[in-house]
Design a protein around this ligand. Sequence first.
Ligand code: BG6
Length: 494
Amino acid sequence: MATPKDIEDVKKSASVFVIFGATGDLSRRKIFPSFFELSKNNLLPEKFKIIACARSDFKTSEFVNSLKDSIGPKDQKVWEDFVRKIEYVTADVEKNIDLSKVSSAISQFEDAAQVCPQQIFYMAISPFIVKEAIKNLGKNKLNLGCSRHPKHARIVIEKPFGFDLKSALDLDSELHKLFHENHIYRIDHFLGKETVQNIFAFRFGNELFEPIWNNQYIDNVQITAAERIGIEKRGEYYDKTGALRDFIQNHLLQLLAITTMEMPEKFDHNHIRDKKLEIIRSIKRLTTDEIVSSTVRGQYEDYQKEEKVDPKSQTETYSMVKLEIENKRWQGVPFYLRTGKHLEGKVTSIIFSFKEKGHKFLENFWEKPLPNHITLQIQPNEGIGIRLVAKKPGITTALEPVDMEFCYKTSFDTPQPDAYERLLMDIMIGDQTLFLGDVTESWKLIDPIEQVWQSGKPPLHIYKHGSWGPQAADEFIQKEGRKWLAPLLSICKI
Ligand code: BG6
């Protein structure tokens, strides 16, 4: 995670980014706008080039024009300065067509700038072709980096990293034939979000919480990632993936790991990765019976009519799983993870719900003790909320829940950078802290669930657009003697 010195060093350095899949959705919506912001804020290296690469036949000028709409308001000078850094190359990395043009574009930049830049290959391509594409980088010696001095190239891969344990291992083995682990950047963009990083500060910078961060005080934890949008134009990818693989295997397990892990000895990628891995390893593997009884899967109505989706598809667009961490700190605390598309609103939050202890001397003032809650609101209305109990003003004594909130909007006037801006910067710095390491443990957890779901159990529930998902999920949590707390405890709604 960047220090001011790291940024100064990057600005003095030289880098060339090759973006495969430059015309795709991710490139347009996230990668190029983030590079634009970095360029506008003068945070890119002095000597810098983006080689945008895709199959379509474009001239560089046509390609940069096509980016105009996805990049917000821009000053003409800033825009010109940015587009000057881009060159478009037509090539097919999956079929190994014309990759020599990429090599020549890199060499030309090296010669013109008289430098040996850090070469970075960003695979913003369909996960179904990544393995083939990596092999082709190798065939064209693109993994070797700059030819003037040995400086290995870095590779950036987007989630999902594989589709199950086997394919993740295959992909890893292909990558390791060409790249050292230190040069592999597996992106889970949630780790680049400001609020996710603030979890480290919240947990380890405030002595206050550590003594109560355990099964003696915490009754249950709910991690919710609800989206209002559907699958948009991603039918081909999504129908083969589903909500469990798209969201729970990566984003939500990472959130769970960060909020529950032990304190790392040092703030660096090895220590943080180890601590996260310890947690994922200690999550209880579910048996078939537990999968049937403690998970819910749903599909939004009319999903089967979406473009490039099988009309008989059984892919879930909603999933809920109940997990338990088998270690001393968390034994016995249920963790409910849920995510879904086309739900009533967008909210990502982690809610720690405390035990309803209550003191005897207050027993006349409440029907049952009002539990405390801590809400880590990842998005939107980013912040942290603590639900407390207070006496309602008045002559009689009545107790009511009240919220104490820290909201980014009111506490800081600095805008939050997009997750991708930070991650791109970290790749240039060479800092892997916010990137995934070993993903096999999370597949070991997810694969059995996926297999039972493939057999049709538990049933797939159809839910309405704009609802909070299948009723079965509400019934499930009620049977557990609890209720869903998001969005009830959503905070910072100023
Ligand atoms: C992606 C998923 O990783 O995250 C998408 O593939 C999802 O399905 C997206 O819509 C959500 O990201 P964010 O940053 O908008 O919450």
